[in-house]
Design a protein around this ligand. Structure first.
Ligand SMILES: CCCCC/C=C\C/C=C\C=C\CC(=O)SCCNC(=O)CCNC(=O)[C@H](O)C(C)(C)COP(=O)(O)OP(=O)(O)OC[C@H]1O[C@@H](n2cnc3c(N)ncnc32)[C@H](O)[C@@H]1OP(=O)(O)O
Length: 305
């Protein structure tokens, strides 16, 4: 596992663009399973920050974020996430993934702000490439991707949910979700914005992005950021039912449709990846942005006392 992580990290950071394997539609994965063979009921693999359980009889993997205190997306987390996605993408038995959190009340706090504070240009480059890689893999996945948002999910956490095919959120107004970058004095990159627009439409996205709005669950439903609210104790049951509904269709039709809907947005980042990294590194290196991020971190810490 450590060797695989090191290899992937090297590939992400050195070669520039990690080959996005199996991006094109895969024809009927499930149909390739040898008929009549008994299937092991469940397989699992776990890294430091993400636990994956694979149910082979349903072809559904559950990916649980388990990086305390708040599942923030640092370089190690992003690398593990990409490796887990790659493993599942290449596993013919896997047709769908449920992405959720093992940390109570938090889905993910978004990008780890400490990765964007006081570091070198090389570090920002490596970090941003990993953020891009995570999104490219998730948004272009052939699998059915279902976000079970069982806690707050600001910024990068919201991006993960938005990149899935369907979002179920726990019906709790204390949990918030949204792209709140503007509140930190930073700007959501164009591909965060495009992903958001594809889910909620231009008007809601524009207003929400300019205001950096974080929506309590009921409002998130109203604006279409999530598809359904479900009592927390019913999330698992609901996720299983939704997944079964999506998996009832032939894979190839769903995959080609998904690819058709998302291709333009994916292609744009692939074509402008290096430029996007340069924009990020020069933006985040500005003293004024560093100051905003430091103040935001201090505000988070003060909030406790
Ligand atoms: C024009 C060109 C443009 C180019 C593009 C340029 C730039 C784009 C750049 C970046 C895009 C970034 C997207 C992001 O994801 S930024 C991250 C945004 N995240 C947040 O705003 C969330 C902040 N956190 C919270 O609101 C709360 O922590 C949360 C609701 C998640 C949980 O609250 P709770 O009360 O349970 O826990 P806390 O006590 O607040 O936190 C515990 C602990 O964790 C630290 N922490 C929280 N979030 C983060 C984080 N995102 N990164 C790093 N650390 C985080 C918090 O400080 C506490 O630490 P400690 O006090 O215990 O040490």
């Amino acid at each position: 596992m450590a060797a695989a992580a090191a290899t992937l990290a090297r590939r992400i950071t050195r070669s520039g663009v990690l080959p996005l394997c199996r991006r094109l539609p895969v024809w009927g994965r499930a149909a390739r399973r040898p008929p009549g063979l008994p299937l092991a009921p469940c397989r699992a693999f776990s890294n430091k920050k993400i636990q994956v359980d694979m149910n082979e009889s349903s072809g559904v993997a559950t990916m649980k974020f388990k990086s305390p205190p708040v599942n923030s997306l640092n370089l190690d987390f992003l690398t593990e996430f990409c490796i887990s996605l790659e493993k599942l993408e290449n596993d013919r038995a896997c047709r769908g993934i449920i992405i959720t959190s093992a940390i109570p009340k938090i889905f993910s706090s978004g990008l780890d702000i400490t990765e964007m504070c006081g570091k070198s240009t090389e570090h920002y480059t490596e970090f941003w490439r990993a953020v891009q890689e995570m999104w490219l893999r998730l948004y272009s996945s052939n699998m059915v991707t279902l976000a079970v948002v069982n806690g707050s999910s600001p910024a990068g956490g919201c991006l993960i949910a938005l990149s899935c095919d369907y979002r179920i959120m726990a019906d709790n107004p204390k949990y918030t979700i949204g792209l709140n970058e503007a509140q930190l004095g930073i700007v959501a990159p164009f591909w965060f914005k495009d992903t958001f627009v594809n889910v909620v439409g231009q008007r809601v996205a524009e207003r929400s992005l300019q205001l950096g709005s974080l929506y309590p669950a009921p409002e998130a439903l109203k604006f279409g950021i999530v598809d359904e609210l479900v009592p927390e104790e019913k999330l698992q049951e609901k996720a299983t039912a939704v997944m079964a509904q999506w998996l009832a269709l032939p894979d190839h039709a769903r995959q080609i449709t998904k690819s058709m809907m998302r291709k333009a947005v994916l292609d744009l980042l692939v074509a402008h990846r290096e430029e996007d990294i340069k924009n990020f590194t020069s933006f985040v290196s500005k003293e004024s942005i560093q100051k905003s991020l430091r103040m935001y971190m201090e505000m988070l810490k003060k909030k406790k006392s």
